[in-house]
Design a protein around this ligand. Structure first.
Ligand code: MCA
Ligand code: AMP
Length: 504
């Protein structure tokens, strides 16, 4: 039987000429396919020598470098389970992930090593390695003496390749377990659906700790044996300068809003481009339209989630419609009500999905996992969906209480629980409101308990800023007398959104 390790699939897709460039960019040195295969082998040897065995987790919170991608490949090669963490996460957040996933190795920025080392959740970590944004640190220092080849560990299709944490409506993050086959099947579907072709060059500006930048973008390029122009962060002017050398670009809607704000973003700058895709959050029709008017190109919007990778996509060849997410990729989808009964054609319901891309379950949460699957194996996405007469799917809302800000998911419950523990706060409610740049912005409503004199909105912002990732910090805080509730005692979040609109 062939090895189902995802890395084997990549390696078989790399060009025969390994001296070809795989990564280059204005801020980085160029890397060949030979470079990444040999360095990933060396990192694999190091981790194995440190005691890591197939199935063990490696938690990684590092800046965006090529070495960080190579570390991901090394984990795959060794059969280790890659656990990427948003660089914006603060210690309290990391503490939970480490305590829950119990990684054997943590790779982090040198500046945060000491702090992470002392976290309660880190008590079972064997080794803390470092990697900074420039690719330097003990991971590299200790890898480079090892052999440059390594026989990729045999993995079955259902073995874990990665765990990605997604916040939950209860406020507690859940580790979505993704198998080698989940990732391989989705990558193959996208590679085909988006017509990747010889000579394609991917312009990569997304962070690499989430599905979009790590799996969707990189996997398509690896399966195509493509060169990647690798930017260490999204900067619209740098993106524009690199577009003439690229053919494919993937972004969250905020990227497109920011590109359109640049006068140098023109049809001419996009002349060499074959495909722009958008996702992670709804792309506004006005952005879609402004983009095609400006560039003559039509953004292809697709829809997905951490638990399943990409689920639907607008067509490559057919009409790409604004406000829709197109058609199902290689997974079965259906639209049902809260009880799982199918809704009538054209009606709104919750999207349920089943297919090789759908994850194995939440790490060590069998009950939570069971409650999010139907008895016939369909996963309940929580996304309110309607299939139009034209057959295109539209995501019209969410049954889950979720805010998506600049492509990052924020669960109000997590922030509310945190703010509720602040001295002087009686209770709080967090909602999203439209934001011109981030799509949605986090805002908070606070009822004080009178125990802290002169508690101000800025104090609440500061309190959150100190402990939670920056994208979770409310952009506005309103102090109010009481939270509006219905007769059942449930906070009326629509009312709060209306209050916020009225106040500005
Ligand atoms: C930064 N800030 C934000 C966000 N990002 N606030 C709200 N939402 C955000 N997303 C705030 C910071 O707190 C800071 O505030 C100020 O903006 C500047 O921070 P900086 O780091 O300089 O921001 P930036 O570099 O301009 O980042 C904006 C960004 C970034 C480039 C849009 O958020 C980004 O890369 N987003 C992409 C997320 C992504 O890849 N999602 C895919 C998830 P202050 O100054 O007050 O401190 S995967 C997924 O969703 C599924 C599977 C799918 O379908 O793809
Ligand atoms: P994540 O938890 O980061 O995987 O985010 C997944 C969620 O992002 C989905 O459940 C959707 O709510 C949302 N999402 C992703 N792509 C789109 C899109 N194109 N349109 C609307 N919502 C989207």
């Amino acid at each position: 039987m062939t090895n189902q390790n995802l890395y084997t699939l990549f390696e078989n897709s790399f060009p025969d000429d390994r001296t070809l460039t795989v990564f280059e960019g204005p801020e980085i040195a160029s890397w060949t396919f030979a470079d990444i295969t040999s360095l990933s082998a060396q990192m694999t040897h190091l981790m194995v020598e440190l005691g890591a065995a197939p199935g063990d987790r490696v938690a990684v919170q590092v800046g965006k470098s090529v070495e960080a991608v190579v570390l991901y490949l090394a984990c795959l090669r060794a059969g280790l389970v890659y656990l990427p963490l948003n660089t914006a996460y603060k210690s309290a957040e990391i503490d939970y992930f480490l305590g829950d996933a119990k990684p054997i190795i943590v790779v982090c920025d040198p500046a945060s090593r000491e702090e992470l080392l002392n976290l309660d959740g880190a008590s079972e970590v064997t080794e803390f390695l470092t990697l900074d944004g420039a690719g330097k640190g003990s991971l590299l220092d200790r890898s480079t003496s090892y052999p440059k080849d390594f026989e990729t560990a045999a993995r079955a299709a259902g073995d874990l390749a990665a765990i990605l944490y997604t916040s939950g409506t209860t406020g507690r993050s859940k580790g979505a377990m993704l198998t080698h086959d989940n990732l391989a099947s989705n990558a193959q579907s996208l590679h085909k659906a988006w017509h990747f072709e010889p000579g394609d060059i991917l312009l990569h500006a997304l962070p690499i700790f989430h599905v979009h930048g790590l799996f969707v973008a990189l996997h398509c390029a690896f399966l195509n044996g493509s060169k990647i122009i690798y930017l260490t962060k999204f900067d619209p002017q740098v993106v524009i300068s690199q577009l003439p050398k690229s053919t494919v670009f993937m972004g969250v809607p905020t990227f497109y809003v920011r590109l359109l704000a640049e006068t140098s973003f023109t049809a001419e700058a996009c002349n060499n481009m074959r495909l722009f895709t958008a996702g992670s959050a709804p792309l506004l029709e006005e952005t879609f339209t402004a983009f095609s008017e400006r560039t003559g190109q039509v953004i292809l919007e697709r829809y997905g989630m951490t638990e399943a990778g990409m689920i639907t996509t607008n067509p490559y060849d057919g009409e790409r419609k604004a406000g829709t997410v197109g058609f199902p990729l290689d997974n079965d989808v259906r639209i049902a009500d809260e009880d799982g009964n199918l809704v009538q054609e054209g009606e709104i319901g919750i999207l349920e999905i089943k297919g090789p891309n759908v994850f194995k379950g939440y790490w060590q949460m069998p009950e939570k996992t069971a409650s999010e699957f139907r008895s016939d194996g369909y996963f309940i996405t929580g996304d309110m969906t309607r299939k139009g007469d034209d057959g295109y799917y539209r995501i019209v809302g969410r049954s889950k209480d979720l805010i998506i800000s600049g492509g990052y998911n924020v669960y109000p419950k997590e922030i509310e629980s945190f703010i509720d523990d602040m001295p002087g706060v009686k209770e709080s409610a967090v909602v999203g409101r439209p934001h011109p740049d981030f799509g949605e912005a986090v805002i908070a409503f606070i009822v004080t308990d009178g125990t802290v004199a002169d508690l101000k909105a800025e104090d609440v912002t500061q309190f959150v800023k100190e402990k939670l990732a920056n994208f979770k910090v409310p952009k506005e805080v309103f102090l109010i007398k009481e939270l509006p509730r219905n007769t059942m005692g449930k906070v009326q979040k629509n009312e709060l959104r209306a209050q916020a609109t009225a106040a500005t």
